[in-house]
Design a binder for this molecule. Structure first.
Ligand code: TTP
Ligand code: MG
Length: 368
């Protein structure tokens, strides 16, 4: 048996809302809901809410108007990504100062592989929690376990301000009673299918014959599910992960097919995506749009440029070309701009050296 690894997963508590409370301490203890433009009479979705608001049934992804019905007394605040990004960097700086492999998992969570560190997992985790609080004034929840999957499940078990250590011997008592949807990688569809098979808890999943799961899910996913339920997951941390794309989207206050309004919004989204790319030091070659009609039919179009860009005007021009390829007879509900095939902007120069290529439709093709 290989020595037991120790993986630490940290997830910030009610992240966007907690950052808002830093500048509005008067709102502490109140139901606060962050989303859209912070106006529940207008369109938009909840990004997150304080635990006080969650007590009213408020959840991420819920339309603001629904939230307003459930919790009319809440304070509604607009989403301010730039501000959350700044605080995200600060708590990650604390984690990165630990001499251990670090995996960035997005704006409010990350892993550390603390296998090689001296000291027990609990004191390492406590120390990180204390320093994150000192540096940011924010609380987080940490899970420590023999693998990434269990560590992530563990970090959620005692939220907010939690600390949960799961060892191999804790599987039966702590993990098996949980619902299968607590396994990262089990979405609503898999959850539904498992339920239809009579599998509700992780323990029930662990006890299911692999062949039965494979017949329903295919061999690879079945193996993932069965191993996960049995606490087996040997993925290493992914360090130096490069983001694949950046995107921004917005829901119109009123469904529209007014080309001018759509173009204006496209320009704004292009500017926002470009700003975020520059902020993070990336440029991308694939520019795409996403368009959702009022009936929720959704389509995407993209085109690949010769050179990676972080220029808002170039991004907008490419997005406008994509827009020209879709019909605007029906009204549009949502519009998005995405820049993909990202590379560090420093590598931009190297990417310019692409002789013999031209753009044809969506694909780069060899010039005849
Ligand atoms: P989460 O960690 O899922 O949620 P949270 O930090 O708000 O709350 P918890 O204490 O349960 O961890 O997501 C982190 C941030 O990502 C969250 O503050 C807002 C944003 N987010 C969205 O914008 N949309 C979403 O659907 C979700 C789930 C999160
Ligand atoms: Mg969180």
């Amino acid at each position: 048996m290989p020595p037991e690894r120790r993986i630490l997963h940290l997830d910030m508590d009610a992240f966007f809302a907690s950052v808002e409370l830093l500048r509005r301490p008067d709102l502490k203890g109140k139901p606060v809901i962050v989303g859209g433009r912070g106006d529940p009479t207008r369109r938009g979705v909840v990004t997150t809410a304080t635990y006080e608001a969650r007590a009213f049934g408020i959840r991420s992804g819920m339309p603001l108007r629904t939230a307003a019905r459930l919790c009319p007394g809440a304070v509604y605040l607009p989403t301010d990504f730039a501000e959350y990004l700044r605080w995200s960097r600060r708590f990650k700086a604390v984690m990165k100062s630990v001499p251990a492999l670090f995996e960035d998992r997005g704006i409010d969570e990350a892993f550390l592989d603390i296998s090689e560190l001296h000291g027990d997992g609990r004191s390492i985790a406590r120390d990180i929690k204390r320093r994150v609080l000192e540096e940011t004034g924010l609380t987080c929840s940490i899970g420590v376990a023999p693998n990434k999957l269990l560590a992530k499940i563990a970090s959620e078990l005692d939220k907010p301000d939690g600390l949960t250590i799961i060892g191999e011997g804790d599987l039966e008592a702590r993990i098996w009673p949980l619902e299968v949807r607590r396994i990262p990688g089990v979405g609503p569809k898999a959850n539904e299918r498992l339920a239809a098979m009579g599998i509700r808890t992780i323990g029930e999943l662990a006890a299911s014959p692999r062949a039965r799961l494979a017949a329903r899910f295919g061999r690879a996913y079945a193996a993932f599910l069965h191993d996960a339920a049995n606490g087996r997951h040997d993925r290493p941390l992914v360090t130096g992960r490069e983001p694949k794309s950046r995107s921004r989207e917005t829901t119109f206050q009123e469904d529209t097919n007014d080309r001018q309004a759509i173009l204006r919004t496209l320009g704004r989204l292009a500017r926002q995506v470009a700003e975020e790319l520059r902020d993070r030091g990336y440029a991308g070659r694939t520019i795409g749009i996403k368009l959702r009609y009022a009936d929720f039919e959704t389509l995407t179009r993209d085109r690949t440029l010769l050179e990676a860009t972080d220029d808002p005007l170039v991004i907008r021009a490419a997005a406008v070309e994509c827009l020209a390829r879709v019909a605007l007879r029906r009204k549009v509900r949502l519009l998005g701009v995405r820049v993909g095939s990202l590379m560090p902007a420093g590598a931009l120069q190297a990417s310019l050296d692409l002789p013999g290529l031209r753009i044809a439709g969506d694909e780069l093709q060899e010039t005849p």
